[in-house]
Design a protein around this ligand. Structure first.
Ligand SMILES: [Zn+2]
Length: 197
């Protein structure tokens, strides 16, 4: 299962947070359809409401599942901010198989990754994690500042936040790094394919 939150904060339009993740999984769903991909496992895609108010949509979804239906979800992949304008490449270190699958993809394109710590447990994967469903995800950074070491390996500007427009009025379509969105969308698609074979 893959999910992204579709709402934004009142202060801004929320294009990186989280039009980026929402668009990525929509395109993956369309790609699955175009390819007529018929995986062994079922795929499920979710666009959550009210994440910014405390993950209300995803919590409600998980709470509404019977324990039998919870156990049928073998993994949940979360995509919340994947096109940050001064991007980092962060992978959640939750389920090791999901984490490894993402890292395998970045290795093929020669992009180094780091473990995601900034948003840990603060997005829609948390309700799944709380009931024992394996989770993983990608993140390109928000309020934290890019270090010199990170700028050396990823490009961009050190001493500046990953997303200067985080939760602000300037989180518009201009607030997207196309390369980051493209790489992360491809990594997400790779994981959806690999984990459902
Ligand atoms: Zn978000």
């Amino acid at each position: 299962m893959s999910g992204s939150h579709l709402d934004s904060v009142k202060a801004g339009p929320g294009i990186n947070d989280n039009g980026s993740g929402s668009a990525a999984i929509l395109e993956i769903a369309l790609a699955v359809s175009r390819a007529q991909y018929q995986p062994t496992k079922h795929l499920r895609f979710a666009w959550w409401g009210a994440e910014e108010m405390g993950m209300i949509g995803s919590k409600n979804y998980v709470n509404s599942l019977s324990s039998a239906n919870r156990s049928r979800i073998k993994g949940y992949l979360n995509f919340d901010m994947i096109g940050s304008p001064n991007p980092g490449y962060f992978v959640y270190d939750d389920d090791p198989t999901i984490e490894r699958t993402f890292k395998d993809y970045y290795a093929t394109i020669g992009v180094p990754t780091e473990i995601e710590t900034e948003g840990d447990g603060r997005s829609d994967h948390a309700p799944f994690d709380n009931v024992g469903i394996p989770v993983g995800g990608l993140f390109s950074g928000a309020d934290y500042t890019k270090t010199a070491a990170q700028a050396a390996k990823w490009g961009g500007t050190s001493g500046q936040r990953f997303d200067r427009c985080y939760h602000s009025a300037c989180d518009t379509a201009a607030n997207i790094n196309d390369t980051a969105l493209d790489r992360n969308s491809d990594a997400a698609a790779y994981a959806v394919w690999k984990l459902s074979e």
